[in-house]
Design a protein around this ligand. Structure first.
Ligand SMILES: [Cu+2]
Length: 123
């Protein structure tokens, strides 16, 4: 009896795990796939920072802030209309040498929120 119950419990847990993982796939959170500059990169001053996501983003709720050595800089972030998966962060002024961080937040079209940072250095 105990044996049967534990088998049923295992079956139920397995079914639950499958349900969770398939829901995860279907939900499709917007993860950062790549960026330009890439995190950790040392580059010549870029005109903009491009963030490429795994899913389409909600324009209203997705954006990014730029800081240099921890101090906020004026910048403008815009979702590329084509595809809707790329966020372009344009600094308000040309970037001088230093350490920069882009703090991004994204809401995918399924309504789930993700956030992260890309840090790079301008030589
Ligand atoms: Cu999701």
């Amino acid at each position: 009896m105990t044996y049967v119950l534990s088998l049923r419990r295992i079956a139920a847990l397995t079914a639950f795990a499958v349900l969770l993982s398939s829901a995860g796939v279907a939900a499709g959170h917007a993860h950062l796939i790549s960026s330009d500059p890439a995190t950790g990169a040392t580059v010549a001053a870029p005109k903009a920072v491009t963030l490429n996501f795994s899913e389409k983003l909600e324009k209203k709720f997705s954006g990014a802030d730029l800081t240099k050595d921890g101090a906020p800089l004026s910048s403008h972030s815009e979702l590329e209309p084509k595809g809707g998966k790329t966020l372009v962060v344009s600094p308000g002024a040309p970037l001088s040498a230093g350490a920069y961080t882009v703090s991004w937040h994204a809401v995918s079209v399924d309504g789930h929120r993700t956030k992260g940072e890309v840090a790079f250095t301008v030589r």
